[in-house]
Write a protein that binds this ligand. Structure first.
Ligand code: UDP
Length: 252
């Protein structure tokens, strides 16, 4: 097979040109980074787990009518997605205080928020993805008011879906980050959930014990990241529940 053309390499994924126009192959690496890539490691099996988990969440969203870029999983580490123009914002939805919100506002981690809080960060690694307001977004033309209305509605729908799904398997969805892409259908354009949804981009706490089952395990040196992600995958039925083995065994 001819070697595929690499379009972009990020911290956790590589994007290749897809087999059809308008498609892209997303390859999930085992690399983990935190604190704007100041902390780095290779964690065997992380890419395989995130490929499966992101497939699971995006398929569920597609099936309940929340459009995503996801088309199909190709193999252990790759998935086929629709090519889209990424809006340069990280959209963060929070149900409980944690991370940068706790630091910024002095609210203890785990405190329930009175309502979901949606925040926007400008995607720029050199600047450390700074928090921005809708004023900045409108003034600098990163998204229109119509886009912002659609983004808010998508973000809240993803939040309801993910919160319910996680609650069903004894996990509290503390917060998460999504990215939104613009796809063109002829003259029409619409927004879709893009990039990935995985424990790399969510905070997931066990409902009973508060144990962290997300990337904070890596950020804060709390143990094995693959064990945490495997636990999430097993509870969701993405991996077999038996075995207690930390290496991902995949069901086809
Ligand atoms: N997040 C992410 N990528 C980023 C920044 C944040 O996926 O570049 C996720 C993070 O995993 C958490 C949520 O967004 O689920 C909120 O992160 P926060 O602003 O608290 O940042 P942090 O404490 O990770 O710096």
């Amino acid at each position: 097979m001819a070697r595929r053309k690499k379009i972009y390499e990020g911290k956790a994924k590589i994007l290749y040109e897809g087999p059809e126009p308008g498609t892209i192959v997303q390859y999930f690496k085992d690399d983990a980074t935190a604190f704007n890539a100041e902390k780095k490691a290779t964690i065997e099996g992380k890419g395989v787990l995130n490929n499966r988990l992101s497939e699971f969440f995006m398929t569920g969203l597609n099936n309940i009518g929340v459009p995503t870029h996801f088309l199909k999983r190709l193999n252990m580490r790759e998935q086929l997605v629709r090519s889209c123009e990424i809006i340069p914002l990280e959209i963060i939805v929070r149900n409980f205080a944690a991370g940068s919100l706790s630091k910024r506002l002095g609210i203890e981690e785990g405190t329930a928020l009175p309502r979901p809080i949606v925040e926007y960060c400008y995607k720029d690694d050199k600047l450390g993805d700074p928090l921005v307001t809708e004023e900045h977004i409108a003034a600098f033309g990163w998204a229109t008011q119509q886009d912002m209305d659609d983004i808010l509605s998508l973000a809240l729908r993803v939040n309801d879906y993910m919160s319910g799904l996680m609650y069903g398997v004894g996990i509290k969805l503390i917060d998460f980050k999504i990215e939104i892409g613009r796809v063109y259908d002829g003259d029409f354009q619409r927004l879709v959930v893009a990039d990935e949804i995985s424990p790399d981009s969510c905070r997931l706490w066990d409902l009973e014990t508060g144990q962290k089952l997300d990337k904070d395990v890596f950020r804060r040196d709390l143990g094995s990241l693959t064990d945490a992600y495997t636990e999430v995958a097993k509870r969701l039925g993405v991996l077999p529940k038996s075995g207690g083995h930390s290496k991902p065994t995949l069901i086809n």
